[in-house]
Design a protein around this ligand. Structure first.
Ligand SMILES: [Zn+2]
Length: 398
């Protein structure tokens, strides 16, 4: 019989593995040791790519028929930072006054520990699931994410794996367990626009073209008007200019070039392509309407570079999955769940190309912080929620 039914013990085991990206730190080995005794077939693979660290990953499956529910996540954690600032050892998993401390407690070894416990309890009560369950776990979420979930999905799909739904166990709740699940994510697009001028002496501006004069016009056109007003499912799209640079250190020199980097988090009003077209239209319009000197004919010369890869916006439209997740969370916590698309990108952006995905995990308040921690009571509650999701999802599919 499996020993993995206790999420607290599972999490202590995982936290005590110092798996700071790209180190495996024993965490995937520990996870394999929890899953194999339950009957999972566990596979470990290392992905490599020139210029990035090699990364270990894990895929484990129990059952061979459908329907197939996947749990996805990562065992890697962000660095400790200033270890002296921690009041508890970052890889100690100490429990004090009902709170467990350690790097990865909520992001997201805690989510994995609870899902493992939920599966163990489900199997203990009901035997093997009425279909298949799998764990798709990477060690490269907090790093470059090159040798992680995207390759792992492709690797599994290439050998014939197909999934009907996925739960991603990232910490989604802002304050209290049961507050929020994520059913989609905004897209993300980054670009750099460079205005090309002519360097010269500030006292002889008729011999130079100041690129910053053009940049102010282009920056204004990027900011206004707003890209959209949002939608039922998404916040309004937002563009932020993150830096404007000339490389100029002299106060008596007009610089030759000025570059502005910007990032857009965008709603479902846009695709990557339509948004790129809108940004290009705005920059062209500003460039046509203005010059680099008061008396200088337009247009402004510029270059626009898109940074890759962009992230597409997505929304999960699987009523069964969403309603099972919602009803399970609300039944266990007694709270009203918000289905959100807020926040940054996550590995869900890769999973959504293979199957519908909903994200739900612990309370994220302390993620990436000194003294990252989780309420031990939350571990039990999340395990109960996951166990209910597993039971209800398979029941809804058969
Ligand atoms: Zn995470």
């Amino acid at each position: 019989m499996s020993q993995a039914t206790d999420p607290v013990a599972n999490l202590q085991t995982l936290i005590r593995c110092p798996s700071v990206t790209p180190q495996e730190g024993g965490a995937l080995h520990a996870l394999a040791s929890m899953l194999a005794p339950m009957g999972f077939e566990v596979e470990r693979m290392t992905f490599t790519e020139h210029g990035t660290p090699d990364i270990e990953n894990l895929y484990a499956r129990i059952g061979d028929g459908g329907p197939h529910l996947m749990f996805a996540g990562h065992t890697d954690v962000v660095p400790v930072g200033n270890e002296d600032a921690w009041t508890h050892a970052p890889f100690g998993a100490d429990i004090v006054d009902g709170v467990m401390y350690g790097r990865g407690a909520v992001d997201m070894k805690g989510g994995i520990a609870c899902f493992v416990a939920a599966v163990a309890r489900h199997i203990e009560k009901h035997g093997a699931p009425a279909g298949s369950l799998s764990f798709l776990i990477t060690g490269d979420e907090e790093g470059p994410a090159i040798n992680g979930t995207a390759k792992l999905l492709q690797w599994a799909a290439d050998k014939g794996e197909r999934w009907d739904a996925c739960i991603l166990g990232e910490p989604t709740n802002p304050d209290t367990l049961g507050d929020m699940a994520k059913i989609g994510r905004r897209g993300s697009l980054t670009g750099v626009v460079t205005v090309i001028g002519t360097q010269g002496h500030v006292a002889y501006p008729h011999l130079a073209d100041n690129p910053l004069r053009g940049m102010t016009q282009i920056a204004a056109a990027l900011f206004d008007p707003p890209l959209d007003a949002g939608s039922d499912d998404f916040q309004p799209s937002n563009l932020e200019i993150t830096t404007i640079d000339t490389g100029n250190t002299a106060t008596n020199v007009i610089p030759a070039r000025a570059s502005a980097a910007f990032n857009i988090r965008f709603s479902d009003h846009w695709t990557v392509d339509s948004l790129k077209a809108e940004i290009e239209r705005r920059i062209h319009a500003a460039a046509e309407a203005h010059g680099l000197r008061p008396d200088r004919a337009s247009p402004i010369r510029f270059e626009l570079e898109w940074k890759s890869p962009p992230s597409a916006v997505f929304l999960t439209r699987d009523d069964t999955l969403v309603s099972v997740v919602r009803s399970s969370i609300e039944a266990v916590t007694g709270r009203e769940l918000e289905l959100s698309t807020s926040g940054g990108t996550s590995d869900a952006r890769y999973i959504k190309d293979y199957c519908p995905v909903v994200e739900f995990g612990l309370v994220g308040k302390t993620m990436h912080m000194v003294d990252e921690c989780v309420d031990v009571a939350d571990l039990e509650t999340l395990t109960t929620i996951y166990e209910r999701i597993i039971g209800d999802w398979f029941a809804s599919r058969t």
